[in-house]
Ligand binder design. Structure first.
Ligand code: UD1
Length: 421
């Protein structure tokens, strides 16, 4: 298993290009099941999660080829309508095949995802939404078994705003008979991009970008190509890297600043100087980072996927800050590891209180999940001495070539391929 070895304390400067959004690709790939034929997705990053989704679609009979920054899927050869546990346990987003399969083929057998390393992640809203559209759903030996003739449009009111449930149910509703209303729909940019893409494929959707969607079902969709939006979490992570390391200007290229508003606002509060262009953001780090509280929220609020990275930044801020995660209340596996690097963080329920220290001290730490891993890398970049981050395969799920991109900015970080004990 690979590890990262980081010699911290190097200021960053230069430019880095942001890749396509992982969470968009993971929704666009299953959407190809809605329209048999060849679909080409470009600006797709080379990530383990995307390979996993490709393998799942291949196992269903699709032809998938991943070359450089594009994925081509021929969904016309599908012959199996199941997502086995072996795939779903590796990547929860596999649940996205459920809606398209039921809508297009009237059947699906998808393993229940179960929990995450850091806590429960239910899929009740996906299931209830599809049931409201007329799917018959049973749970059998850990699998969601769904059947339907033709789905019927209906009104669905989500009691929690859910990215995945909105995507899944919308992908089903586009082929239902009649009109579906989804209230309290997620408006995360990846969902908005997915809905716009479904329209390109021939779907009729009104209210895209708002929490009320009106979807008029159509009889068939056509294959379409798409270019992925930039990954706002990768962008946010590099901005925090620049801030935590100090130094001169770091410029992100090929990002969408409009998707980063909450993160940019918090960085400004922390003292960073930001210059925003149409698809660039430059950051100059302050000599001292101010302590800034954060409460995660659905988009356009501060993303839960940036909570761990923000805590790493606050660990070296001047003063005390409080970070509350309202989306995933247990997502704090990074806290004890950051404390091993000398951070002073206490956790009460979903609230982390961070007393900034002037310097972290390098140590061996363990990655537990994707964003926790990112926070440990950031802390290692800021720490005095050497930090080893073990089990970085989590990181490879969501950040393409992160060490090369950081090296390009002047960081001293190497990937070591070796066995762990
Ligand atoms: C997506 C993102 C993930 C991000 C999360 C929140 C993908 C592949 N993953 O995950 O990176 O952290 O959005 O922005 O896009 N909930 C229920 N029942 C459900 C579904 C969700 O109670 O059926 C709850 C969850 O426990 C959570 C909240 O709704 O508290 C939001 O979760 P959701 O938006 O569904 O997250 P995901 O789509 O799984």
């Amino acid at each position: 298993m690979d590890r990262f070895v980081i010699n911290g304390g190097k200021p960053l400067s230069g430019t880095v290009a942001i890749g396509g959004a992982k969470n968009a690709v993971l929704a666009f790939m299953p959407a190809t099941l809605l329209a048999p034929g060849v679909h080409r997705l470009s600006n797709t990053p080379s990530l383990r999660d995307i390979t996993t989704m490709g393998k799942l679609l291949e196992q269903m009979g699709c032809h998938v080829s991943q070359v450089n920054d594009s994925v081509t899927i021929d969904s016309s050869t599908i012959r199996d309508f199941a997502a086995p546990y072996e795939h779903v346990k590796k990547m929860r987003a596999s649940i996205y095949v459920l809606g398209p399969l039921v809508a297009r083929y009237g059947q699906a057998r998808v393993s229940l995802p179960g929990g995450c390393a850091w806590g429960p992640r239910p899929v009740n809203l996906h299931i209830e939404g599809l049931k409201v559209l007329g799917a018959e759903i049973d749970l059998d030996a850990g699998y969601i078994v769904a059947k339907a003739k033709r789905l019927e449009g209906a009104r669905i009111v989500f009691d929690t705003s859910s990215v995945g449930a909105t995507g899944n149910v919308a992908m089903a509703a586009v082929l239902a008979r009649g009109t579906t209303i989804i209230e309290n729909a997620a408006i995360e940019p990846e969902i908005t991009a997915l809905l716009n893409h479904l329209v390109t494929m021939g779907a009729k959707i009104h209210g895209i970008g708002s929490p009320r969607l009106e979807i008029e079902g159509v009889d068939a969709l056509a294959p379409a190509n798409a270019v992925m939006i930039p990954d706002r979490i990768e962008a946010g992570t590099f901005l925090v890297a620049a801030a935590i390391c100090g130094g001169k200007k770091v410029t992100l290229e090929r990002c969408n600043p409009a998707h980063l508003s909450a993160i940019l606002m918090k960085l400004r509060e922390a003292g960073a100087i930001l210059t925003v262009g149409p698809d660039t953001v430059s950051i100059e780090s302050p000599p001292t980072i101010r302590a800034v509280d954060v409460v995660t929220a659905v988009y356009p609020g501060f993303p839960t996927d940036m909570q761990a990275q923000w805590i790493a930044l606050m660990a070296v801020a001047d003063g005390q800050s409080v970070v509350t995660d309202t989306i995933y209340r247990d997502r704090f596996m990074h806290v004890p590891e950051l404390n091993r690097l000398g951070a002073r963080i206490t956790l009460t329920g979903n609230v982390a209180t961070i007393r900034g220290v002037s310097r972290l001290q390098g140590a061996k730490v363990m990655s537990t999940d994707l964003r926790a891993s990112a926070s440990l890398i950031l802390a290692g970049l800021a720490a005095h001495g050497t930090t080893e981050v073990l089990r970085v395969y989590h990181l490879d799920r969501g950040y393409a070539r992160i060490e090369q991109k950081l090296q390009q900015l002047g960081a001293d970080i190497e990937r070591e391929k070796r066995e762990e004990f």
